[in-house]
Design a protein around this ligand. Structure first.
Ligand code: AHG
Ligand code: MN
Ligand code: MN
Length: 321
């Protein structure tokens, strides 16, 4: 039996050739990153870089390495008009002027997991470019405009999960370095008994979020009438992957420590691509249980948002808490 490869899947997609080449380049670069991640200390991949990024976060060596690789590979692809990254202050237009696509990425998601040999990932969002010579304003498109979103999860297996707006498929990286289709028609279950949230922040959340989570913790004896399990990988890619595989809900809410900061996660590099994947798999992706992440008109490239996504009925329960 011949197993379907990502290359064959991309070739058969009903999308423009330019988008096919963007996806091929992104997937190839993620496969290369997987090797570096797997090499760990042997590949010089652990530890801090000594630099601070535009988010005011300390960059790890792997944040810098993965950002450089993705930036170089994508800007060398003739179909790419420009890139933007969580790790770069400004958008980078391509030097060619024939590109049709803007690519936005979180090159290394879950940075705090690198040095402890736990799962990390890469998240990629693709938009059409309104012009071959884009500026930052051209990137400010609602997530609903995305033409593709994918993530790579560097875990016990390296996987790539992709949508181009026609469902969600998962590919596993083989020992030959080829992405093989292993998960077809991925769907998020409507109901769940599993939630993901960083509980250490409980006292800082708004009252409704505290009430909702408090009800989950009361289990079968509380108003929800069932016991809930909790998981938190501290890498959104891994938490979202678990939700795509077996359902669940993921929250990173606003908290009162920095009232003017809407949340921790970034709309353009984390919220939008994950929302596209979750919606395509039949789940809901919102800021507050109601407002769809994909409908937000971005105001800043590095804008942050609160996130509540996953199994549809549980997101509805969150909305009515
Ligand atoms: P990044 O490594 O790209 O900065 O993203 C980390 C994000 C996300 O992946 C994860 O869900 C969350 O931060 C973890 O936050 P806490 O450390 O507050 O748990
Ligand atoms: Mn991230
Ligand atoms: Mn990151």
């Amino acid at each position: 039996m011949t197993l379907a490869s990502l290359d064959a899947h991309i070739a058969a997609l009903d999308v423009a050739d330019g988008l096919k080449s963007v996806l091929t380049v992104a997937a190839r670069t993620c496969a290369e990153i997987s090797d570096v991640v797997a090499g760990g200390a042997l590949a010089g991949a652990l530890g801090a870089s000594g630099q601070i990024n535009v988010q005011d976060e300390e960059q790890k060596k792997l944040d810098v390495m993965t950002n450089d690789r993705l930036t170089q590979a994508l800007l060398a692809c003739p179909a790419v008009a420009g890139v933007a990254s969580e790790e770069m202050d400004e958008v980078q237009p391509a030097s060619n002027t024939a590109g049709d696509y803007l690519v936005l990425f979180d090159p290394l998601d879950g940075s705090s997991n690198i040095d402890i040999n736990a799962s990390v990932g890469t998240i990629v969002s693709v938009l059409k470019s309104p012009t071959p010579t884009p500026t930052e304003a051209d990137f400010m498109q609602a997530g609903r405009n995305q033409v593709a979103a994918l993530y790579a999860l560097y875990g016990p297996q390296t996987m790539l999960v992709l949508t181009t707006g026609q469902g969600v498929r998962g590919f596993t990286l083989s020992s030959d370095g080829e992405w093989i289709l292993t998960h077809d028609a991925i769907a998020v279950s409507k109901d769940t008994k599993e939630f993901a949230i960083n509980m250490s922040n409980l006292r800082h959340w708004s009252e409704p979020v505290q009430t909702y989570v408090g009800d989950l913790l009361k289990g079968a004896d509380g108003p929800r009438g069932k016991n809930f399990n909790m998981r938190w990988v501290a890498a959104m890619v891994a938490d979202v992957h678990r939700i795509l595989m077996r359902g669940g809900v993921f929250f990173y809410p606003w908290d009162r420590r920095e009232p003017n900061k809407p949340g921790k996660l970034r709309l353009m590099y984390e919220g939008n691509p994950m929302a596209f994947l979750i919606e395509q798999a039949g789940g809901k992706a919102t800021t507050d249980g109601v407002e769809a992440i994909l409908d937000i008109q971005p105001e800043h490239l590095h804008q942050r948002i609160p996130v509540a996504l996953g199994s549809a009925n549980e997101i509805d329960a969150f909305a009515s808490a």
